[in-house]
Structures are given as structure tokens and as C-alpha cells.
Design a protein around this ligand. Structure first.
Ligand code: SF4
Length: 351
């Protein structure tokens, strides 16, 4: 693993990468850089979707509170601990606890207890990422004190006007930005990302997204293609891009982020696989270095549908593990079993 400084890709060169550069040469440049920083290794994060209860109403999301067709669930503490223990036993190195957003004290306390319990049972070796939405500084601090290391909070778009068009008025871009900065100040390893292919979004806007992620000092990047969920208000807008174009743009975004932030952890997200069966492998070959296999108990997976066509909702965790290992090997990479793989970017940022 080598340290790389943030590259000074300017706006025009980012636009060129997203629109004009030959894709094969762009991906080759990004993959070479990924290999230089990380070697031919892929970091694993076991994803536990702990609850699909959400107080928010994002216009694109299948588990928004206004979608009465979603059957709601909450994993209890024992179920979460069992999933996390399975990840540790299977040398996942790191887990992500993700949930819809519920800004209340009982949920703050619940996660605090779960985190302390995980640390008491499994020690400090496992990386724990939270993805639980916008919360107050005190809650973020309590979760950090209880054992969390990292936090994922997608900005979704760096354009406040576009953000306002895809969220209800009660949600604010500024608040989300402040949460990201709070997380960084508190000492979390911070992750963020954007949706790609939103109605009203262009290449210029996506290039600004990359600049935003770089300039905000984000350590981990998770981006996904926008896939319309039929039970959401945003689905009323006709898709702007065909699947092939969406895949091309999503892979270009991964490559351009790798070139702009060489030492960030970048995920090849499951949503990529939803638009192409080999989407995750293609993401890795375009410069991503992280995959997040789903280790949620199978009985809940079908209810955490942020978008339709989500893969791996029927397989159990054991099957996903074997499938993933085969997929990663097929492209000449190895899984970094048992390693936390903290982003080099974070080490450099906090040195
Ligand atoms: S995107 Fe997140 S906060 Fe928004 S409705 Fe979906 S789960 Fe809730």
C-alpha cells in the first residue's frame, strides 16, 4: 500500500474524463493507480441492513416513509450481533450497519448499546461503519465513543438546487453538508457519494460532485447509478439514460474519482450489478477497491429495496461469500480477507 497525494484534476479535465476520453484508456489509468495504492486486492465490508424504517421521504427511495407498500422491519440486537459475529468469523475485516433514518433518542441509545456489545464480544479489530443518516453532533460522538470507526453519509449531489428537487422541503443540502463536516471534525473516517444519472443532472454537475468529494476531504466514496423505483415520486420522470449509457457513466465516475482522489476507498456498489450482471467486476477494473456483500438475514433482504432489481436478495451470506470470491478471482484480484483496509486517505488526512 503506498501513500498518494490528492491529484489536482481540474474541472475541464474531469469533464473530459466523463464525456470524451476513450473509456478503455481512462479505466486503465485509474486501475493502474488503484493497483499502485492498493495492489491487486479488494477490501470487503459486510453490509447489515438493520432496519428499513425511515422518517424521511426522499423522492427516489423505495423505503421512504410515504411508501405504504414496503413491509417494515427492525432487526433486534441479537440478530445484529449474530450477523456481525458471522462477518468476523468469516474474516470480513469490516462491517457496515445501515438503516433508514430515525432521528430519535431510542434509536440513538439502541445503536450505542449495539456498538458497545459488539466491541465487548469481538474486540477492536473489526472495522465498524455506520450509515444511519443525519443526526446531532452529540449522537455521532456517542456512537464514536461506543466503538464506531467510520460513517457513510451520501450527499447525493453537490448541487443544492438539484438536491432540493429530489428531496422534500424539510430536508436540506446545507444540513447534510454540516453533518459531513461534523463527522470529519469528530474523527470518523468519512464516506460520501452521489447518485449518477438523476433527472436534471449533467456531466458538468457530476464533475462538480467529484470536486466536492475531493475538496471536502472524503475518505471513502460510494456512488451508484440512479435506478427509478416505481413506487416513488421521482419515477414519474422518464429515464434520461439507457442502461448502457448509465453503466458507462457510472464506471467513468469511479475512474475519475480514483484519478482525483487516488488514496480514497471507492466502492463498486451493488447498484452497479443491478444494471449489469458483471457491474461490480467492471467497477473494480475501473478503479474501485471495495465491495460490500450483503450479510443481512435473508428474511429481511427483500424489504430493503431502495431501488428495484437489487441483486443478492435471495442468496444467504454463505453463498454470497463464495460467489464474491469467484467473481473477484475472475478478474485477477484477491480479497483482503481479515483486513480492515482503512483508507490511506484518512491516514494522510489525519497525520
Ligand atoms: S434515502 Fe435514506 S433517508 Fe432517504 S428515504 Fe431512503 S432510507 Fe430514508
Amino acid at each position: 500500500m503506498t501513500t498518494k497525494k490528492t491529484a489536482a484534476a481540474d474541472h475541464a479535465s474531469l469533464v473530459r474524463m466523463l464525456r470524451d476520453e476513450d473509456f478503455a484508456s481512462l479505466a486503465a489509468r485509474a486501475y493502474a493507480l488503484k493497483t499502485e495504492v492498493w495492489g491487486k486486492r479488494v477490501a470487503l465490508r459486510g453490509l447489515v441492513e438493520v432496519s428499513n424504517v425511515c422518517a424521511r421521504n426522499c423522492l427516489y427511495c423505495g423505503i421512504r416513509r410515504g411508501n405504504a407498500k414496503t413491509a417494515r422491519y427492525r432487526m433486534d440486537e441479537d440478530e445484529i450481533l449474530a450477523a456481525v459475529a458471522w462477518a468476523a468469523e468469516n474474516r470480513y475485516g469490516s462491517v457496515v450497519l445501515q438503516s433508514g433514518e430515525t432521528d430519535d433518542e431510542p434509536s440513538a441509545l439502541f445503536f450505542e448499546r449495539v456498538l458497545r456489545h459488539i466491541r465487548a464480544e469481538l474486540g477492536d479489530g473489526l472495522g465498524i461503519t455506520l450509515s444511519l443518516g443525519e443526526r446531532h453532533r452529540d449522537v455521532y460522538r456517542r456512537w464514536l465513543d461506543a466503538g464506531a470507526n467510520r460513517y457513510l453519509l451520501r450527499i447525493e449531489t453537490s448541487d443544492p438546487e438539484l438536491f432540493a428537487r429530489i428531496h422534500p422541503a424539510e430536508q436540506s443540502w446545507r444540513t447534510r453538508l454540516e453533518c459531513l463536516r461534523t463527522l470529519r471534525d469528530l474523527g470518523y473516517v468519512v464516506g460520501s457519494g452521489v447518485m449518477i444519472g438523476l433527472p436534471g443532472q449533467d456531466v458538468d454537475s457530476l464533475a462538480r460532485d467529484i470536486e466536492f468529494l475531493r475538496d471536502e476531504g472524503v475518505d471513502m466514496v460510494g456512488m451508484g447509478p440512479y435506478i427509478a423505483h416505481p413506487d416513488t415520486p421521482l419515477a414519474a420522470y422518464a429515464p434520461r439514460l439507457e442502461r448502457e449509457q448509465l453503466l458507462d457513466l457510472s464506471l467513468r465516475m469511479i475512474a475519475a474519482v480514483r484519478l482525483a482522489i487516488p488514496d480514497a476507498n471507492i466502492a463498486a456498489t451493488t447498484a452497479l450489478q443491478a444494471i449489469d450482471p458483471e457491474g461490480r467486476e467492471k467497477g473494480l477494473l475501473a478503479g474501485a477497491n471495495v465491495v460490500m456483500p450483503n450479510i443481512t438475514p435473508r428474511k429481511y433482504r427483500g424489504d430493503y429495496l431502495l431501488y428495484p432489481g437489487k441483486p443478492c436478495t435471495e442468496e444467504d451470506s454463505e453463498l454470497c461469500r463464495g460467489c464474491l470470491e469467484r467473481r473477484v478471482k475472475s478478474i485477477g484480484e484477491e480479497i483482503a480477507w481479515g483486513e480492515r483496509c482503512d483508507p490511506v486517505h484518512f491516514e494522510r488526512r489525519t497525520r
